[in-house]
Design a protein around this ligand. Structure first.
Ligand code: P6P
Length: 340
């Protein structure tokens, strides 16, 4: 095993910290706690089929979606790993309508955490890849005071850390602090995340596209024209591309990071005056877009980088196109031609 492979995620956190003399170690501690939570959720996900935590928990979350028991367990694991860490001033979760305060004796932290505890949860019972997505900002309210929504409602561009943990054939944690993207694979026999994918780069182009084709007739003209273009056989344009769609954003974007192409979740334009988006900005689109852009790719809501979209609410939704540079540029050509 190469020397890089023996680099634990803890060592990597410390290396990142020592690149910044002003670092206090708070962020390192935050990342340690996230890695610990990831190991706990891995254990729950791996044993879900053998215990009674599969199936719906019987109530719906703020998104109106049936909450799976693993969603709740994952949410609680992350909350318990973070609430006493003394590094956060507040949190936001897909599973909670309102901002999650930090207990008053621990509210001095200078960071915020927005997370989707278990993205793709509708696939849990089918044993399909699910994952945790996280986004960290530095607070904007005065240190030592309870965190506020304003601390959470910041653009993707101002994220301090963005990352995800994908629970698949192995558990991988992929994160960026704005200086490139690194991937770590959990070595179960050690209980450690080891550096397995140093300096991840997305290919410049790929002949894959990831989208729910069942919504074809709901999309804008530009999106439909683009999909028609990439699915029409034409040797000169190297089409058709291959479609890959798992239905867990985290798995679809992770594959796109590795193989290129693009992932799309367009507006539902059945009401052209009120197009509807599905994916959430704060804890899905923003962190995944920072990862892809840090790896050399592009993200857009059709008009601007996802990282520049200003959030107004914790659960804002956004149209999302994210992936390899040439693929996203090709799509934008169609949106600019047909959707302006
Ligand atoms: P659809 C999972 O529920 C999720 O939020 C994302 O992870 C995924 O990309 C999307 O919804 C799938 O939505 O409408 O294709 O089932």
């Amino acid at each position: 095993m190469s020397s890089e492979r023996t680099c634990t995620i803890e060592r990597h956190f410390i290396d990142q910290q020592y690149k910044h003399p002003e670092a206090t170690g708070e962020l390192t501690r935050l990342m340690h706690q996230l890695a610990f939570a990831a190991k706990q959720i891995t254990k729950e996900v791996r044993s879900a089929g053998l215990s009674d935590i599969l199936g719906a928990a019987g109530h719906t979350n703020v998104q109106g979606e049936a909450v799976q028991k693993l969603d709740e367990i994952s949410n609680d694991v992350i909350y318990r790993a973070m609430d006493h860490a003394g590094v956060l001033c507040c949190m936001a979760s897909e599973e909670r309508e309102k901002m999650i305060p930090i207990p008053s004796e621990f509210t001095s932290g200078k960071y915020t955490l927005a997370f989707d505890p278990l993205d793709g949860s509708s696939n849990i019972d089918a044993n399909i890849n699910v994952g945790t997505i996280f986004s960290i900002h530095k607070r904007v309210s005065p240190d030592g005071t309870p965190g506020t929504e304003a601390d959470l409602l910041q653009t993707g561009r101002s994220q301090v850390v963005a990352g995800y943990i994908v629970y698949g054939s192995s558990t991988m944690m992929v994160y960026t602090t704005g200086h490139g993207v690194n991937g770590f694979t959990l070595e179960p026999s050690l209980g450690e995340f080891l550096l397995s994918h140093p300096n991840m780069r997305i290919p410049d182009y790929g002949k894959y596209f990831s989208i729910n084709m069942g919504n074809y007739h709901y999309w804008s003209e530009g999106v439909r024209k683009y999909i028609d273009h990439i699915t029409t056989p034409d040797s000169e344009h190297g089409t058709p591309y291959s479609q890959r769609y798992i239905g867990s954003m985290i798995a679809d974007v992770h594959r796109t990071l590795l193989y290129g192409g693009l992932f799309m979740y367009p507006f539902d334009c059945r009401d052209p005056k009120h197009p509807k988006a599905k994916l959430r900005l704060l804890y899905e689109a923003s962190p995944m877009s920072m990862i892809i852009e840090q790896a050399g790719g592009l993200s857009t809501d059709g008009k601007q980088s996802i990282l520049d979209v200003v959030p107004h609410g914790l659960h804002d939704r956004v149209q999302l196109f994210v992936g390899a540079r040439k693929n996203v540029d090709e799509l934008l050509g169609f949106l600019n031609q047909y959707d302006q």
